[in-house]
Design a protein around this ligand. Structure first.
Ligand SMILES: Cc1ncc(COP(=O)(O)O)c(C=O)c1O
Length: 418
């Protein structure tokens, strides 16, 4: 029998992100009514949907732009006018970038696949370059992106307890190792799954460590500033020479467009462009065509401020209030929420959140068990099976009903082990 290829072997097993996407599809499109507190799907916000419909109508009314978006392959680095518009928007926030510093990808997930294999994996000299995640837990979607298994290396956080049942993870600089075996350092900010906005001070320190080791710092801003801007504190975007920032149109409410945006040094952008032409020829044209005018006019940012951010802030406050009222007396701790549309819940009691997830699913509520959010972490850490990630992206009724069931079932599980 012929032996299978390494690529096939690498990708034939179970993958957390695939299970999550299947659950998401089941909850949003399956026959049974489920309360969706899982997945990374943005909410359907009527005002945003109306805005995007209007943008689409304008595009279709144009003599030529719609036909070009459908009928012409864009430049392999992404539509040039769109890249120019993104660069100009970022310049307004003080970023020293031009169109040559911007490339598009088929969703930002695709950018992570490209970047993590450009910077991580087996080197020419036989050594291995690791992608370092300084702050675990991290985004589930990074888990299997390294073609070379074992490319990711995560570090345990320091835990800071806050008032009123909140806590936060901090980078533990005493533990962190960034050295000649590091290919790149990466973190999501705001973080999926915790909502953590790593402070500018910690980021500055991390950046200096990366500079000293001549290693790029990759910042995943899928939820961050300038768009979609789902940020609830006063943190600022972070851009310095050598930093690679990843943006996306998805969390604006446009995940179907699959438009990711890489901003970074021009030599990195050239590599993305080359890989795009090999893997995709070019990226889909509809995302850039739909968003171009509103990025140029500033209308998109304005909608983020006036509709998107307030929507998620109100949902977050509702979810926190319900959870604190329902479960503080049962030892629930909530990670401080600085952005994105997730809450990271940590149960004091020795329950299994994998079991809690199954119980909730039976009762029609989807959350994500914490165990998936530790890509590249080898150390033991009891948060793996004591935490869940809850999404508050969907509508109020979904949050109210879903969390009410969650509180009831979590109480039962906790009381059973106390
Ligand atoms: C932190 C983070 N990064 C990247 C992505 C990828 O998003 P997309 O490929 O839709 O741009 C997601 C999606 O959920 C995410 O949560």
């Amino acid at each position: 029998m012929k032996s299978e290829t390494r690529f096939l072997r690498r990708y034939s097993g179970a993958s957390g992100i695939q299970e999550l996407m299947v659950d998401l599809d089941l909850a949003l499109s399956g026959p049974r009514k489920m309360y969706m507190l899982g997945g990374g799907n943005p909410g359907r916000i009527p005002e945003m949907e109306a805005f995007f419909r209007e943008q689409m109508e304008r595009l279709m009314a144009d003599e030529d732009r719609f036909e070009r978006a459908l009928g012409v392959y864009d430049h392999p680095g992404g539509n040039l006018r769109f890249r120019q518009a993104v660069a100009e928007l970022l310049q307004q926030s003080g970023w020293d970038v031009k169109a040559e510093n911007v490339a598009l990808t088929q969703g930002s997930q695709n950018a992570f696949f490209l970047l993590m294999n450009l910077f991580g994996g087996v080197r020419e000299d036989g050594g291995e370059a690791k992608i370092v995640f300084p702050l675990s837990p991290e985004y589930i979607g990074y888990e299997d992106v390294g073609i070379q298994k074992g490319t990711l290396k995560s570090f345990l956080p320091r835990i800071q307890m806050l008032d009123e049942g909140f806590f936060r993870y901090e980078i533990d600089f005493d533990r962190l190792v960034v050295d000649e075996n590091t290919g790149a350092v990466c973190l999501s900010r705001p973080c999926n799954p915790t909502g953590n906005n790593v402070s500018n001070q910690q980021l500055e320190k991390l950046y200096e460590i990366c500079r000293a080791a001549d290693v790029p710092l990759i910042l995943d801003a899928a939820y961050g500033l300038p768009f979609p801007g789902i940020v609830f504190d006063d943190s600022r975007p972070f851009f310095r020479p050598g930093v690679i920032s990843i943006l996306s149109l998805s969390k604006l409410g446009l995940p179907g467009l699959r438009t990711g945006i890489v901003v970074g040094p021009s030599d990195v952008i050239e590599k993305i462009e080359r890989l795009n032409s090999i893997f995709n020829l070019s990226c889909g044209g509809i995302g850039p065509a739909l968003a171009l005018e509103s990025i140029r006019s500033g209308q998109l940012l304005q909608k983020c401020h006036s509709i998107l951010q307030p929507h998620y802030l109100a949902n977050r406050n509702l979810a926190i209030e319900m959870l604190r009222n329902g479960l503080s007396s049962h030892g629930l701790k909530i990670h401080e929420s600085g952005g994105a549309f997730f809450l990271w819940l940590w149960f004091d009691a020795p329950i299994s959140t994998s079991r809690l997830y199954e119980k909730l699913k039976e009762a029609g509520v989807i959350v994500v068990p914490g165990k998936y959010y530790f890509p590249g972490l080898d150390d033991p850490f009891d948060h793996r099976d004591r935490c869940i990630r809850l999404s508050f992206s969907q509508n109020r009724e979904n949050i109210e009903k879903g969390i009410a069931i969650l509180i009831e079932i979590a109480k039962r599980e906790i009381e059973a082990v106390s």
